[in-house]
Design a protein around this ligand. Structure first.
Ligand code: NAD
Ligand code: LMR
Length: 338
């Protein structure tokens, strides 16, 4: 589904950049594979031709999920690991996706998940640092604005932090923006790709709608309503699920979409650019050293961080509201590790 370029790669095995050996070496682990996101994400990764081996880990249920997913008729190998097999699950992995942790219930903010998820993410990051320190780590667990600095701090402590290899997955905000703007403009979401910068919670989600030709035409109350829907899309799902969790299926889609973009970059495809929450110099002078912006993905992960580009006065105001909240979230994550 996400592999238009992958199909091209497989059809042209003699192309130097996309050599079969590069493709063959991509083993992906999902930590939290038994969960609401983990299960459909594992299925979608099984369907990605760039994934050649899938390692599924959870404190419960991963061997069952692996047995199930392994019957899908694509070439990748799938293996499930039980609670006491984390290190084995991480052996030889190039990419680790982490959706482990508790989701929100109505009335909660993402930050309310911190107390539970911070230690889950820290312990998983420590294991990655110990067993596969060169792996690319994709953090889905909330609150992303804090869990990403927690992973960075944990790896830093272990002396193995590589800022090119750590990504907070903010793709669901990009997916929602394209979908919601597409609905407002009455066109296909293919036409309404939007760069979303900042972080991943309420006011820290800053969609740069003016940079899309259809987004540029949305103004006034319609613009305010669209921005609000993008910033609080997660709440819409939490409310509708009524205590049964938060977005899982759209998140699995977004996670697989981002993983595919990273894998294409790792496989040598050029020009793969997508927003993601990374160690970022754009606002570092204000003490905000993690930030989501357009990132070019390459053979070694983060290849180039793009500037914000031209934005409107309204978007500037959104950014001003984002920065102090984001700073607080990042500092909270760092303090937890320190
Ligand atoms: P879930 O409860 O359905 O699944 C979480 C899974 O994590 C469970 O299977 C659980 O057993 C597992 N788990 C818990 N501790 C673990 C550990 N130490 N090691 C391995 N696995 C462990 O929750 P979900 O709906 O899949 O959501 C997971 C996380 O993703 C939540 O924190 C949620 O807020 C977040 N999320 C993020 C985004 C995003 O855009 N980044 C979107 C949706 C959800
Ligand atoms: C989302 O945006 O859907 C996720 O971050 C889950 C949540 O808690 O809203």
């Amino acid at each position: 589904m996400f592999a238009r370029s992958a199909a091209r790669i497989l059809a042209a095995p003699s192309t130097r950049l996309f050599s079969a050996s590069a493709v063959n070496q991509i083993k992906v682990a999902v930590l939290g594979a038994g969960g609401g996101i983990g299960q459909p994400l594992s299925l979608l990764l099984k369907n990605d031709p760039l994934v050649t081996s899938l390692s599924l880990y959870d404190i419960r249920g991963a061997p069952g999920v692996a047995a199930d997913v392994s019957h899908v008729d694509t070439g990748s190998e799938v293996k499930g690991y039980a609670a006491d097999q984390l290190d084995q699950a991480l052996e030889g992995v190039k990419v680790v996706v982490i959706p482990a942790g508790v989701p929100r219930k109505p009335g909660m903010t993402r930050d309310d998940l911190f107390n539970t998820n911070a230690s889950i993410v820290r312990d998983l990051a420590a294991a990655v640092g110990r067993v596969s320190p060169d792996a690319h780590i994709l953090v889905i667990s909330n609150p992303v604005n804090s869990t990403v600095p927690i992973v960075a701090g944990t790896l830093e402590k272990a002396g193995v932090f590589n800022p090119r290899h750590l990504f907070g997955v903010t793709t669901l905000d990009v997916v929602r923006s394209a979908r919601f703007l597409g609905q407002v403009a009455g066109v296909s979401p293919k036409e309404t790709r939007v760069t979303v910068v900042g972080g991943h919670s309420g006011p820290t989600i800053v969609p740069l709608l003016s940079q899309n030709p259809y987004g540029k035409k949305v103004t006034g109350e319609a613009l305010a309503a669209l921005v609000h829907r993008i910033q609080y899309g997660g709440d819409e799902v939490v409310k509708a699920k009524d205590g049964a969790g938060s977005a899982t299926l759209s998140m699995a889609y977004a996670g697989a979409k981002f993983a595919n973009a990273l894998l294409r970059g790792l496989s040598g495809e050029k020009g793969v650019i997508t927003p993601t929450f990374v160690k970022n110099p754009l606002y570092a002078d204000q003490g905000i050293d993690f930030f989501a912006s357009n990132v070019e993905l390459g053979l070694d992960g983060v290849e180039k961080i793009h500037p914000i580009g031209e934005i409107t006065a309204e978007e500037q105001k959104l950014l001003e509201a984002c920065l102090p909240e984001l700073k607080k979230n990042i500092e909270k994550g760092k303090a937890f590790v320190a």
